[in-house]
Write a protein that binds this ligand. Sequence first.
Ligand code: ZN
Length: 295
Amino acid sequence: MTDILHRLIADDGKFFGLACTTTDLVGEACRKHDVGPTAAAALGRALTGAALLAALLKDGQYVQLKFEGSGPLGKIITEAGYDGWTRGYVANPRADVPLKAGKIDVASGLGRAGFLTVTKDIGVKSKYQGMTQLYTSEIGEDIAYYLLESEQTPSVVALGVHLQPDGTISAAGGFLIQALPPVDDGLITGLEERIRQLPPFSEQLRSGKSPADILAELFAGIPHHPTASTGLYYQCSCSREKMRSAVFSLGNDELRYLLEQEDGGAEVQCEFCRDSYRFSREDLEKLLSLSERKQ
Ligand code: ZN
């Protein structure tokens, strides 16, 4: 595991920044889901965005981002925990759109019209949910727009994924900068101006800079200091037990239907990691009798 998230804060406490590399975890996600180039870039950005938002939470909490656009990629769901785990998938991982000015066109892949729903699991069975329309469908700007509109937190979010010609991930990462209350809007505007003068984020990654280097450059001239850092990794939380409850929740009719099929068993695949769980005829019969007894 080499992916890492760095945090730094301005000495005057007016704003803070997060920067992360996600090359390995995005590469792993892309292999698991056998994605095409458009899905690789979109999923990579969405996973990186989730990792950044999770870093704003507390220990044990996690966040889910759901992008639902009108484009061929379909729904993109990513989740990340404060502890550093991430997982995610794209509904149509092989869907592709033509390059735009020689670059992968994430916005057309996701589609211009649609919604971003952010769900935060903040423990003790309480969830916080917010939804905004997609802003540019480039993922990073949609997250910044969500933070501003739904959480009234002015933020700068930049996400980048760079692919080799053979489709493997050569660099991925991102940063997020937020002003702390009382918010000085001028600070964010100044930073945005500085970012506009720099080459695009994925180009900077490609030139060998790490997201932490890029963030340090943005904070140049602003007294700041690092705080904690967190290792990031791809990890799914699925288990045979969880899948068994999912099969159980299908209900009597569906379980009877599965038992009537030729092999009488069921194979369930996890959407997030594509691991398969096999339930035999005996397993399903047990679940059905449990389910019947409940009624
Ligand atoms: Zn899984």
